[in-house]
Design a protein around this ligand. Structure first.
Ligand code: NAD
Length: 348
């Protein structure tokens, strides 16, 4: 893979490759854009099969962070980091201290936080050697509950357009992935009288959801084609491609997972199928809104965070309206909206 060519394709400012032989650290920090402010984005710890796979992931995810923060009205840029390797084998205080020193050396251009396989304890260890960390347990903490709240608000906004009411009582929602965000989303939905259909690769979580939310379990091979009003992808990315979307029986897609569309053309296909897709980075911005309030070492106030997260409802409506006005898919409308803010051309 030609790194500079790839950076050029996505518009990256800087990509830093980091390694330390002693602790087995191999990481890539991708700073996509700092026009609006310092770049915030979590660190993902994943046993990527190849370096190319890791680079592809970090470039896409970091660009998504720029768009996410811009659309959420934050004065922050976008970045992401990936650590390549087995988290179970590599994690230690020394490991995170060495990694943290590399983050520190960027002088505040990049702030890290939690992501897949990086939890609040890991973030706390990183914060022992650098102040360029957010989502620390002592301040803003785990972003997932805020992400779930934002997805719920976005989902209600989408329902108001698609079903003529934002009341979700009696609506059927299929949730893929019952982790930190997916499970918390189910709590919101269950409270509002939603009929839940669920699937997770972890059977124990499914069992718990069946009891707590009177949910119905769906087999993995039947999940995409399950009858439901709303499909909520809350596991990993690249869930929908141009072929498998033809099996969908929902009217609305709204979830937490990043990069759920294999590529932009899938957004067009969903549009043609009259399935309303709520762009991932618009409705899953609750976590970054929460962590962003810690930067740069600002006054953290959970009430302000919640009220800003609730604005995702209005942002979602704006994106849907923009898509309608321009006769484009909602995913393209979201990109246009967020890129317009970064370029200072529109909507600021
Ligand atoms: P998590 O690791 O807590 O949960 C993921 C869940 O998905 C786990 O329960 C796992 O068993 C399950 N899973 C994995 N592969 C699956 C599959 N193929 N089918 C069904 N279930 C599967 O992660 P999370 O924090 O809940 O985040 C969920 C998604 O939302 C991720 O894509 C993440 O990048 C995205 N996201 C999270 C946040 C946040 O604040 N945590 C913010 C924005 C976006």
């Amino acid at each position: 893979m030609n790194v500079l060519q790839e950076m050029n394709k996505y518009g990256h400012e800087q990509v830093v490759f980091v390694r330390d032989e002693k602790v087995g650290l191999n990481a890539i920090i991708a700073i996509h854009n700092t026009v609006l402010g310092p770049a915030l984005g979590g660190t993902r710890f994943w046993n990527y099969a190849t370096e190319e796979e890791a680079l592809f992931d970090v470039l896409r995810l970091s660009r998504g962070m720029t768009l996410k923060s811009a659309a959420a009205g934050l004065k922050l840029g976008g970045a992401k980091a990936v650590i390549i390797g087995d988290p179970q084998k590599l994690k230690s205080r020394e490991f995170f201290h060495i990694y943290g020193k590399y983050i520190d050396s960027l002088g505040g251009k990049y702030y890290t936080a939690e992501d897949v396989n990086i939890n609040a304890t890991d973030v706390e260890m990183i914060s022992e050697v650098t102040k360029y960390v957010s989502g620390t347990p002592a301040v803003s903490g785990n972003p997932a509950p805020f992400t779930a709240r934002g997805v719920y608000m976005g989902l209600k906004a989408g329902a108001s357009v698609k079903f003529g009411t934002d009341s979700l009582k009696g609506v059927t929602v299929a949730v893929q992935g019952l982790g930190n965000v997916g499970y918390a989303l189910c709590e919101y939905l269950h409270k509002e009288g939603v009929k839940l259909k669920v699937y997770d690769i972890n059977p124990a979580t499914v069992e718990k959801a069946l009891k707590e939310f009177e949910a119905t379990a769906v087999k993995p091979e039947k999940l995409l084609a399950t009858e439901c009003d709303i499909f909520a992808p809350c596991a990993m990315g690249a869930v929908f491609n141009k072929d498998n979307v033809k099996n969908l029986k929902c009217q609305l897609i709204a979830g937490a997972a990043n990069n759920v569309l294999m590529d932009a053309s899938v957004g067009d296909t969903l549009n043609d199928m009259n399935i309303l897709y709520l762009p991932d980075y618009i409705i899953n911005a609750g976590g970054v809104i929460n962590c962003g309030m810690e930067i740069p070492n600002g006054n953290y106030d959970v009430n302000v965070v919640n009220s800003n997260v609730d604005k995702i409802y209005d942002t979602t409506l704006k994106i849907i309206a923009l898509a309608k006005e321009k006769q484009i898919s909602t995913s393209k409308a979201a990109d246009e909206y967020a890129e317009g803010i970064v370029c200072g051309l529109l909507y600021s």
